[in-house]
Write a protein that binds this ligand. Structure first.
Ligand code: V47
Ligand code: SF4
Length: 374
């Protein structure tokens, strides 16, 4: 059902004038300004944001809520960087691994034929290079030519491309030829030099992250974008982050989904910081949906926030639940997420989406509906 939102409804509501103006702007399909985004963070109630984001979500995706049959491979957690929020790398995790290629191929062989996407991301291992991943992608495609390879965050990309002394275009083309289909959204954190210096001083800069994604978009490789929130940043930083993404999307249009990632505080150097509240999580989804008017999809990542919160996020602008995952990621369980062995069956996913009043739609990696099968 379409959210009840029209000019009269807004004008008759009790919200303050500034917020009414923003709502009328959103209703007319106009883009809101950074200061208006900030006003939403500072003044808008969760109910107001849910209604407005629901309107935008409906305009873009109707009542559909997407999911995909996917799994992750995390090749290694040995990392040249030491990001202070990270519980996954060998610096803070009780486990240390560097999977042999054969072991990763066995993970691929184990998947049933309905699984359509592998998400490959890990740490920035000092010994891995462009040729290592080229070989891995080729071997995966030899086993499953139909599988979509979404791999290597811009941070991992930057390291191996720089090491190979080639341009971003050359490096990406080389990987594309070996089977890379799209790029995940990791490594973005917060696009602000001062914050990056505090939380992830040595990893790829804002500029490099955006350059790699834009080079990919020019080659027809689509990607996602994340934002790590709820640590030392403020609302202004979040707006700046989304403004840079919105501008980039205006240039090349290659982003599929925006994925807010809630900072989890177990077992890392920022453990003293209290995690964001559920209200802040939901407001953040809604504002992202309203602000990023040129992003087709907004994803809530359930291994991070848990299934009940992901279900709730469907009322705050989210249209994408990521996928089944099949207990194949440890990034969030190591950071203290409630989902210690993240796995979703398709029937459970369908039930959860339906109970939220939305239509479950199985998708491929490029958001084409593929018809529901149980
Ligand atoms: O860049 C690391 C984040 C990201 C913590 O593209 C943390 O579909 C919270 O990018 N608390 C990697 N977050 C994961 C990622 C991703 C996830 C799901 C889907 C997609 C996609 C991409 O995980 C890192 C960092 O921002 N992260 N540690 C932590 N303690
Ligand atoms: Fe390494 Fe990524 Fe963890 Fe940073 S967030 S330490 S780059 S694995």
């Amino acid at each position: 059902m379409e959210p009840v939102l029209n000019e009269q409804f807004i004008l008759g509501s009790r919200v303050e004038g500034g917020l009414k103006d923003v709502a009328l702007k959103v209703l007319s399909g106009a883009r809101i300004l950074p200061e208006e985004g900030l006003l939403l963070y500072e003044k808008a109630s969760p109910g107001f944001l849910a209604t407005l984001a629901g309107h935008v979500r409906f305009r873009k995706n109707g009542n559909d809520a997407y999911y995909i049959r996917n799994f992750h491979i995390e090749p290694t957690n040995i990392c040249v960087n030491k990001c202070r929020f990270c519980s996954y790398s060998h610096h803070f995790s009780p486990k240390k691994w560097d999977l042999p290629v054969e072991e990763m191929l066995d993970i691929v062989r184990k998947q049933d034929e309905t699984v359509r996407e592998v998400h490959i991301t890990g740490a920035v291992h000092p010994d891995k290079d462009l040729y290592y991943y080229e070989d891995l992608f080729r071997k995966i495609k030899a086993i499953r030519p139909d599988i979509h390879i979404k791999a290597l965050s811009a941070v991992e990309m930057e390291y191996i491309i720089r090491k190979a002394k080639v341009s971003n275009e050359q490096g990406l083309k080389f990987l594309q030829a070996s089977g890379l289909d799209s790029i995940p959204g990791g490594g973005a954190e917060i696009f602000d030099d001062k914050i990056r210096k505090e939380i992830c001083a040595t990893k790829a800069s804002t500029k490099s992250w955006i350059e790699i994604h834009e080079a990919a978009h020019r080659l027809g490789i689509t990607s996602n974008a994340t934002m790590l929130y709820g640590h030392i940043e403020n609302y202004g930083h979040r707006i700046k982050h989304m403004t840079l993404l919105r501008e980039s999307q205006d240039r090349f249009g290659g982003f599929n989904a925006f994925i807010p990632l809630k900072f989890k505080n177990s077992n890392n150097e920022l453990s003293g910081i209290r995690e964001a509240s559920v209200i802040d999580d939901m407001k953040n989804y809604a504002i992202a949906r309203i602000y990023l008017d040129n992003f087709p999809h907004l994803k809530s990542y359930w291994p991070m926030i848990g299934k009940p919160m992901a279900q709730l996020s469907l009322a705050f602008g989210v249209d994408d639940m990521d996928g089944t995952i099949n207990d194949s990621t440890q990034i969030y369980s190591l950071a203290g997420a409630s989902e210690q062995n993240p796995s979703f069956t398709v029937s459970e996913m369908i039930k959860l989406i339906t109970a939220a009043g939305r239509k479950p739609v199985e998708r491929d990696s490029l958001y084409q509906a593929i018809g529901n099968r149980q």
